[in-house]
Design a protein around this ligand. Structure first.
Ligand code: ADP
Ligand code: MG
Length: 677
């Protein structure tokens, strides 16, 4: 058996491609599926759809040229026959399958033109005396040029030579009804013939549960450790003085909802601490996060500290700027605006006001965290739509102060399991209630063939004194922006012609910001009936009189986006409607998505469905680049394990830090057992 030092550089490079950098990584390179070579099935018993191993003698072997070049063999066992068919084959295979040879073939049986057949079965020379395998044969994820037997040998070698000591104490395993680590690994790599291959492949065998638990536990531990490190850092304490915040609350035309009061209390308390807050504020579209952000900003300002509010798009940042100016200028606080589209001179002026401490509130886009911007005394950073920013971008803004508090906001609700795993290092506040007086939105699915009817609906709504949005399709090709723009212009023209009695405006990402602002202002003031827009209006627009939203080519959009867009209407008392115009034929995924958005209005339910349709990668957005993805556990199926892992992580960190350390060591980096040594 090869010793580790004998692994060739070529093989090492292939292993690295699979994420195997240390010998111990081989242990956790687990099979995708298994082949059962532990017994033989008589050809007479083989049924279409079954994957079986059969044995017989080759009675016919021929290269055919029609319908395409292929090697076709007949395998005979007694009086029963089966066809073996290969579309790609080597001369050596042809030799192995010559007439008169005895072989075993394993593969899925199906009904072909000449009766039962196997396509591309795995064959080997064997007769009645050849022993059967004692365990199921693992099939590993691999890469070109790294054959299964090579990988198998390396893994088995690692299993035999690396001690598989359990990181977790026996009483804990017993209490959680978890299997031994070493036993689990050995079983997954070499399962006995009587183990259910289905349970293994579907990952619900006890051995799998143990591995998944370990992985989740390691994730929880590392998140907790992260959280603890942060709580050791020092940030400015920003206690409430109830001056500015109270003044703002008094002037608001509405009362905070119970949910807003609750999250505001959580944030106010965090700001009082001498450790940096890192809180995620989740609230569905329209749940009223802006006022909470304004209150948080005021608490920092009351203490003489600066606040930066950052949003991912110019339009959204501008909305914040306008809204906060409306609220705060009367209190004597003049925000400064900073975005990429400002002229150089204006930018410099804004940066100077920030650097001198002349302004305590800066609002803008990512321009805020460019190197040229320096804060005088930054105490709080507020990031809206946090998932649209990369970890690096957020870090660079944080680094602008000694250790500012951070409030991240998101209207993309994170399903519970995601929040418990990938966001476990953050504190989470949820606004789970909408302000009163909203009427539910009616959602309609309309095929593009009935586009004219939708025009009529727009006309009727606008003539009745209300306003409408028409959102143009999202284009995903490389020249997306150009196509998107052309599309928006064409749609605008089409609607202007179809609805001559209406004032139709157009807003898209390429408009100079002054023009964009003018269009938005005209729409807000009711001078425009209909606003044609690209998805720039996805976030931030707030026009209560708009009661109709048409989403063109809705089949191209993701669930989160559809939900956000729909949330732009239904903000006033009028009955609102969202029309999802779709183009036939629909892909399976698009059909599923439209069904979910049609049947649900609760953002959390939609996010949960999104998690199921797309997996966590996309929902996490930029965050995933900062956090290790789960390889084995599945958040939609392993919620119980996640819950257990969470409790266990707390328990270990409290009572058995050594165990926690050893566990992290095995699962997270710092392995000294390099392949090369
Ligand atoms: P989002 O959470 O999507 O950012 P906004 O902060 O834009 O939501 O709030 C949506 C609308 O609801 C705004 O017009 C805002 O002024 C209003 N609003 C916020 N809180 C309340 C409340 N407690 N009562 C009534 N209206 C509210
Ligand atoms: Mg908002």
């Amino acid at each position: 058996m090869s010793t580790p030092s004998k692994i060739s550089p070529t093989t090492l490079a292939k292993l690295a491609k699979l994420g195997i950098h240390h010998r111990a990584d081989l242990l956790l390179h687990l099979p995708l599926r298994y082949e059962d070579e532990t017994h033989l099935t008589p050809i007479a018993d083989a049924q279409p759809g079954m994957t079986v191993q059969v044995q017989g003698v080759i009675t016919h072997s021929e290269v055919m040229f029609r319908p395409r070049r292929s090697l076709v063999c007949r395998l005979m066992e007694g009086h029963e026959e089966l066809t073996l068919r290969f579309l790609n084959f080597y001369p050596s295979q042809q030799k192995q399958l010559a007439v008169g040879k005895q072989i075993r073939a394993i593969g899925e049986v199906r009904m072909g033109y000449f009766g039962l057949e196997m396509v591309h079965p795995k064959c080997r020379t064997a007769d009645d005396d050849t022993p059967l395998q004692q365990s199921l044969t693992p099939i590993y994820p691999t890469t070109a040029g790294l054959a299964q037997p090579v990988l198998r040998k390396l893994i088995n070698n690692a299993l035999e030579t690396i001690p598989l000591t359990d990181t977790l104490p026996a009483p804990l395993l017993k209490r959680l009804k978890l299997a031994d680590f070493g036993d689990s690994l050995r079983l997954l790599h070499n399962p006995e013939a009587d183990v259910s291959a289905t349970a293994l492949e579907e990952h619900n065998h006890d051995a799998w549960r143990r591995i998944k638990f370990d992985e989740l536990l390691a994730q929880q531990l590392s998140m907790r450790v992260h959280h603890r490190e942060r709580s050791k850092r020092i940030a400015p304490a920003l206690p409430p003085h109830q001056k500015l915040t109270a003044a703002l609350l008094k002037k608001l035309p509405f009362k905070l909802t119970g949910a807003q009061q609750k999250v505001w209390k959580e944030i106010a308390h965090d700001l009082t601490q001498v450790h940096p807050m890192q809180r995620l504020l989740l609230g569905d579209v329209g749940s009223g996060k802006t006022i909470v952000a304004a209150l948080a900003a005021l608490q920092a300002i009351e203490n003489g500290y600066q606040v930066a509010i950052m949003a991912p798009t110019e339009i959204l940042a501008e909305q914040h700027y306008l809204k906060l100016s409306e609220w705060l200028v009367p209190l004597g606080i003049e925000p400064v605006w900073l975005s990429g589209s400002l002229k150089k001179k204006e930018k410099t002026a804004a940066a100077e006001r920030i650097a001198s401490g002349d302004t305590l509130l800066a609002i803008g886009t990512h321009a805020l965290f460019q190197a040229s911007v320096e804060f005088n005394k930054l105490g709080l950073v507020i990031v809206d739509e946090q998932h649209k920013f990369g970890v690096q971008q957020r870090l660079s803004l944080r680094n602008k102060g000694d250790e500012p508090h951070q409030l991240m906001m998101s209207a993309t609700p994170i399903p519970r399991t995601l929040a418990m795993s990938y966001y476990a290092d953050l504190d989470v506040s949820v606004i789970d209630e909408l302000p009163p007086g909203r009427t539910p939105i009616v959602t309609k699915l309309v095929s593009d063939a009935r586009r004219d009817e939708v025009f009529e609906r727009v006309r009727a709504a606008c003539l009745a004194g209300r306003q409408a949005y028409w959102v143009c399709p999202l284009i995903e090709e490389s020249d997306a922006l150009e196509v998107e723009l052309q599309n928006a212009i064409a749609t605008h023209q089409q609607l202007t012609e179809a609805l001559p009695e209406l004032n139709v405006g157009l807003a898209h990402g390429r408009l100079p910001s002054a023009e964009k602002a003018a269009v938005m202002a005209a729409f807000k003031a009711g001078e425009l009936h209909l606003l044609v827009a690209t998805t720039v209006i996805e976030v931030g627009v707030d026009v209560p009189n708009a009661s109709l939203m048409v989403i063109d080519h809705a089949e191209r959009m993701g669930l989160a986006q559809l939900h956000q867009l729909r949330g732009r209407v239904g903000r006033g008392a009028a009955e609102s409607m969202c029309v999802l115009l779709f183009m036939q034929p629909l892909s399976e995924l698009a059909r599923e998505r439209l069904k979910v958005i049609y049947e649900n209005t609760d953002g959390f339910v939609i996010a949960q469905q999104d998690l199921q349709l797309r997996g966590p990668g996309e929902l996490l957005g930029a965050r995933q680049s900062g956090v290790a993805m789960l390889r084995f556990a599945d958040l939609t199926e392993d919620e119980d394990l996640l819950e257990q892992a969470r409790l266990t992580a707390d328990e270990l960190l409290r009572d058995a830090p050594d165990v926690a350390r050893a566990h992290l060591q095995r699962w997270m980096a710092n392995k000294h057992d390099f392949l090369q040594v």
